[in-house]
Ligand binder design. Structure first.
Ligand code: MN
Length: 301
């Protein structure tokens, strides 16, 4: 299946600057090996980010403007029967990439969210007001209506949503997760159960009565010693080998995946291009498997 790379250059969802520069940098590196279509959407450079500590809806109007534009691009590319690989940007951009996939599949998609954080806050429970902590809730219809004003389809079912690699969950956020029915596998679970088992279980949950799955890969799932170039690093993450193994197990299910994100690369926080190189390895491998394997055995009629 043919891929399209969509850069979502926004860091409006987090108080740390720099994630908006991630996609452009990665796409520039990719010119050496990728001949497919690349599109880059950038946030308004004249917009001044909210720095007010008591603001619990930081930049929400501007994020909605950005995601509305991104959603339109994603929809168009999905309708052209391309496989979108969306590069963040902070994780708030996944509201657009995921819901576009939900729209074209009539809501019949599941979600696999690989992330150090569960991103399941609402405007009521957020401590920081950083919207990149809310997208998983917004996508699965758990409040956050203001973050999906552009969307008139069916949200993803939280019971068909799986978060993998989480190790930072806010107290009230934990209640949201429990009541919504999202499944969470921690770093610990990955190590005790094994990567293959966790990924196979995740696909079984996400694919239940669904057509396909959207996979969102947040680079902060990896330990900051290995991948420091993210806006909100969390210690005790998976190592590089585990990060690639998770990707390999995910990509074995390529027939069931309809779109993917790789998010939160922040070049201003990177050290010796370590995170950039890992991100490129991940993106290159996704492209290779999707272009070569996906659709190979599909019926032609
Ligand atoms: Mn995230």
């Amino acid at each position: 299946m043919k891929t399209v790379v969509i850069g979502a250059g926004s860091d409006l969802g987090v108080h740390i600057d720099g994630a908006h520069l991630g996609p452009l940098q990665l796409m520039n590196d990719m010119k050496s090996f990728y001949t497919g279509e690349m599109i880059n959407l950038m946030q308004d450079e004249h917009f001044v980010k909210s720095r007010n500590l008591s603001d619990k809806k930081k930049n929400n109007v501007e994020i909605e403007k950005f995601n509305t534009a991104l959603y339109k691009i994603e929809l168009k590319k999905l309708e052209e029967k391309l496989f979108p690989i969306t590069l963040g940007g902070d994780h708030s951009i996944a509201v657009a990439s995921t819901l576009a996939d939900a729209k074209v599949n009539d809501g019949k998609i599941g979600l696999i969210w690989i992330d150090a954080h569960t991103d399941y806050n609402t405007f009521e429970t957020t401590v920081t007001g950083n919207i990149h902590g809310l997208p998983c809730a917004a996508i699965t219809g758990w409040k956050c209506e203001e973050l999906r004003t552009f969307f008139d389809g069916t949200c993803i079912d939280p019971k068909r949503t799986v978060i993998i690699g989480a190790r930072s969950i806010d107290p009230w956020e934990e209640d949201n997760i429990r009541y919504s029915g999202v499944t969470v596998y921690s770093t610990e679970d990955i190590r005790t159960k094994g990567i293959k088992t966790v990924i196979d279980e995740a696909f079984a949950i996400a694919m239940d009565r669904n057509k396909s799955v959207h996979v969102s890969y947040d680079l902060d799932v990896i330990d900051p010693d290995v991948a420091p170039g993210v806006s909100v690093p969390e210690v005790d993450g998976i190592n590089e080998k585990e990060a690639m193994e998770i990707l390999e197990e995910v990509l074995k299910h390529n027939a069931q995946i309809s779109s993917m994100d790789v998010v939160e690369f922040n070049p201003l926080r990177d050290e010796n291009r370590k995170t950039e190189q890992i991100a490129l390895n991940i993106i290159a491998r996704i492209i290779q498997v999707i272009e070569k394997e996906k659709g190979k055995f599909q019926k032609k009629y």
